[in-house]
Design a protein around this ligand. Structure first.
Ligand code: TMP
Length: 204
């Protein structure tokens, strides 16, 4: 695929702000783009998102959770990401497959192979570039407690978020060419400028 760029990182890694800043840059440079997110981005996937993240759904098994993310992903790819890429837009997507590797594969303990297996349709459309915002889980969780929004995954323990972090590190090892690591422990200004540089270098 062409120009499919994803952003990855644990909770409160600043992805949303960073995507906003890249959007402003693209507006100035008159680059055609869209922003979207996973799980979500389109009606069906947003509905799946609300089921997954509903704090009342305590009975949900890790397997079901992983399958729902994979289902939302495939619909989002078919309905939005692939058509927009084909029309020449840069697609800036908040999370994608690497989130499933980190959260379901590692933190939930399903293992990478199983996660890749149930995402086999999506594997045909891997991003061209992925930016992983590398924030230490302790720092991210401090930020999380300052935020008012809470969903089912936010309620997990520090151990869970440490495993997510470890999972991302493994994803980077698995896809070293596609995933670029940005130090997210520095000031947000510097994080944004590192991201801009990587993306502009890639598009050049
Ligand atoms: P967000 O808060 O960045 O919008 O992401 C929603 C939550 O979903 C977040 O806790 C990470 C989680 N998630 C997974 O566990 N697996 C996935 O494949 C994706 C895309 C998100």
């Amino acid at each position: 695929m062409k120009n499919f760029i994803t952003f990855e990182g644990g909770e409160c890694s600043g992805k949303t702000t960073i995507i906003g800043e890249i959007s402003k840059l693209f507006d100035e440079m008159k680059i055609k783009y869209i922003t979207t997110r996973e799980p979500g981005g389109i009606k069906i996937a947003e509905k799946i998102r609300s089921i997954i993240l509903d704090v009342d759904n305590k009975e949900m098994t890790s397997e079901t959770e992983a399958l729902l993310y994979a289902a939302a992903r495939m619909q989002h790819l078919s309905e939005k990401v692939i058509p927009m890429c084909n029309q020449g837009y840069v697609v800036l997507c908040d999370r994608f497959l690497d989130s499933s590797i980190a959260y379901q594969g590692f933190a939930r303990g399903l293992g990478v192979d199983k996660v890749l297996n149930i995402n086999s349709f999506a594997l045909e459309y891997l991003p061209d570039l992925t930016i992983f915002i590398d924030v230490k889980p302790e720092i991210a969780l401090k930020r999380l407690t300052l935020r008012d929004k809470t969903d089912r995954l936010d309620l997990e323990t520090i151990d869970f978020h440490k495993k997510v972090y470890q999972g991302y590190k493994e994803a980077v090892k698995l896809y070293p060419n596609r995933i670029k690591v940005v130090n997210g422990n520095q000031s947000l200004e510097n994080v944004i400028s590192d991201c801009k540089k990587i993306i502009l270098d890639y598009l050049r």
